[in-house]
Write a protein that binds this ligand. Structure first.
Ligand code: SF4
Length: 635
């Protein structure tokens, strides 16, 4: 039996257990296509493993499984980490490596590595079958081959239980491949020749399956749902299957295409949210990006959705060629005055490989970061300072935080067995193994022990530094060992009442992460200065005087008292970055406090609980859609 292992690595995050959207749909399509080959076994690295384990832990699993081929689905956020795994596997005399996914384009030199044996551009199924059936195919080293016919005749891989919808409580259903539009910043339209549409019967089976499984949301993957042929009839059929609108359906659409009739049909089918790219209202920018937009019709279409309770999530791009700060502010004004800011998304322009913007970047005057996500630094009419000002302006005008700090979770206590010395490392169970999510440094730990721990870390992980740990050298040794074994895994250091204050710049010098880390670049606008975004420092102190607030530093108050805080206590402490509630007492009392204050979470400082179970309960109460509740058990 010939064995293939497929994996897709997530967008790195600084909160453990937060949903990542890392659903390996591409891998599932490949596995489904290869089902016709009796001598081939295709496995997908489970989402819970790929998304929530650190580098060393994943590497151990890859080596342990000994596959003949490893296939990576590569996006801009996982390119460097995928290359790292590919190169390490080769060092171990490992398997053949295939790279596919949106990041693989003919002009993208950042993906080139001796460790990769084959690059697949665009759809994967047809070329994957050829690689498995005909060894000579490998000699080509890269290929692009349409798979529209296979796509059309295949039901959703969810129906064969190839994916785990319970992790995100979300199902992705492909309705279309290819796009009729030609936006200058997008590669998707070039990755597929022409358009292919999923078979309608398969689509409706997918909707029924989502309902039967109790999935909460169904994402119809279609770059522009309005381009779907005979959309009205399809919507009528979906509304018959989803007759009580139990299933929330979300997708992407061009707002100008939405008239009253289409809006009614979308509402009846169960749509609750649409991503709608406006990008800009500047006529010059719209022309250069080849995205003609009739603004009055756009606003009308989006409002028609709102009138039916469907959220139009409007996207704007900062730094488009032909746009400038004033032009961007006018785009913001357009969204605001049309009352369309319910779920606004503002992105810096990414000059993506394979796009017209990338090909013509010199002529367009685009200066961008050479590393993913290839964010624009400046263009002829948008200076680097203007980029920052644009985000500031959008935040003020829309009253939103576009680059929030990670959620607060400074929980470090778990029930300990009688006689057990607290605190102990806190683990989660993934599959049948325990992995450490919260590591405790109370006294110096032997380096050999830390080297073992480094192989069992989650992504991300936290290090709790307890009072009394001798000197910064012990901390530096620990983070050096842990991060060297996990060079792509972001982490947080939580200091419990340290004396003196930690010197975070000195600590960063011991961190062995590969720089720039994807987060360093992706979260560039979290602070005005460039630099570290992949290691977070949290100070927990009973001193309410703010004294720890440089980039990536935050300070929270240690509420270690015999009573829970009231509203006046919370407002008194609102100058800090949050409050860690550490009250000894009954669980019932703590839960009652949570039930009382959960509804006010947006108006009080960020809250964390010292006890892990209470912390998970608080997150579920206040951010029910953001965290994975199944598949990750705390132990
Ligand atoms: S941005 Fe959307 S509409 Fe434009 S080409 Fe890409 S997929 Fe098509």
């Amino acid at each position: 039996m010939f064995r293939v292992l497929l994996l897709q690595l997530p967008v790195p995050r600084l909160n453990y257990g937060v949903q990542t959207g890392n659903i390996p749909l591409g891998a599932a399509c490949l596995k489904q296509a290869a089902g016709i080959l009796p001598e081939v076994q295709v496995d997908i690295l489970p989402e819970s493993v790929a998304s929530y384990l650190g580098d060393a832990a994943i590497m151990e699993i890859l080596l342990d499984r000994k596959p003949d081929i490893v296939g990576f689905t590569v996006y801009c956020w996982n390119l460097a980490r995928s290359l790292y795994f590919a190169e390490k596997l080769k060092l171990h005399g490992g398997p053949r490596i295939i790279f596919g996914g949106p990041e693989i384009t003919p002009d993208n030199l950042t993906v080139v590595s001796k460790a990769v044996d084959f690059y697949v551009c665009g759809e994967g199924e047809a070329i994957f079958l050829k690689l498995l059936e005909n060894p000579a195919t490998w000699e080509k080293m890269s290929a692009m081959e349409p798979a529209g016919a296979l796509f059309k005749k295949s039901p959703s891989p969810y129906l064969q239980n190839l994916l785990e919808p319970e992790i995100e409580n979300l199902m992705l259903l492909e309705t279309q491949r290819g796009c009729p539009y030609r936006c200058g910043y997008c590669y998707y339209n070039k990755s597929h020749e022409g358009l292919s549409f999923a078979d309608e019967t398969h689509l409706l089976q997918g909707v029924q399956w989502a309902l039967d499984q109790g999935v909460k949301e169904l994402y119809l993957l279609d770059p522009s749902l309005n381009a779907h042929p005979d959309l009205e009839n399809l919507l009528r059929k979906i509304s018959k299957v989803n007759k009580r609108r139990r299933l929330k359906i979300i997708s992407e659409i061009r707002a100008e295409a939405i008239d009253e009739k289409l809006a009614d049909l979308l509402a009846a089918a169960g749509f609750s949210w649409f991503e709608i790219g406006l990008q800009s209202t500047n006529p010059r920018a719209l022309k250069i990006m080849n995205r003609p937009t009739r603004l009055a019709q756009f606003a009308q279409g989006a409002k028609r959705l709102k009138q039916r309770g469907i959220v139009p999530a409007i996207d704007l791009i900062v730094g488009l060629p032909g746009d400038d700060l004033q032009g961007f502010c006018r785009s913001v004004q357009f969204v605001a005055e049309n009352d369309l800011a319910d779920d606004i998304q503002v992105f810096p322009l990414s000059v993506l490989p394979g796009t017209d913007f990338r090909t013509n970047s010199k002529e367009l005057g685009l200066r961008f970061d050479p590393s993913p996500p290839y964010a624009l630094i400046e263009n002829a009419s948008f200076s680097a300072d203007d980029m920052l000002l644009a985000f500031d302006h959008a935040e003020v005008r829309f009253d939103v935080v576009l680059y929030p700090m990670p959620d607060l979770d400074a929980a470090w206590k778990i029930h300990t067995a009688p006689g057990e010395a607290a605190p102990r490392d806190i683990a989660v169970k993934i599959g049948n193994q325990h992995y450490i999510a919260k590591l405790q440094l109370k006294s110096e730990r032997p380096l050999s022990e830390l080297a073992k721990v480094a192989k069992r870390l989650t992504q991300p992980y936290q290090i709790f530094i307890h009072p009394g740990l001798p000197g910064p050298d012990a901390i530096k040794s620990a983070i050096s060992i842990l991060s060297a074994a996990n060079p792509f895994t972001p982490f947080e250091m939580v200091f419990l009442e340290p004396d003196p204050l930690p010197d975070t710049r000195s600590l960063l010098s011991a961190v062995g992460l590969q720089r720039p880390h994807f987060l360093d670049l992706d979260l560039r606008y979290l602070f005005s200065r460039e630099g570290n975004r992949a290691v977070l420092f949290t100070l927990v102190s009973r001193d309410a005087e703010p004294r720890f607030n440089r980039d990536m530093e935050r300070q929270i108050f240690w509420w270690k008292k015999d009573r829970f805080p009231g509203m006046s206590d919370l407002s008194h402490l609102s100058g800090l970055d949050g409050i860690l509630i550490d009250v000894a007492g009954s669980q019932g009392e703590a839960e009652a406090w949570q039930d009382r204050f959960a509804g006010h979470a947006e108006n009080i400082p960020p809250i964390s609980f010292a006890e892990v179970r209470l912390q998970r309960r608080w997150l579920n109460l206040t951010m029910p859609d953001d965290y994975v509740s199944k598949a990750l058990d705390w132990v």
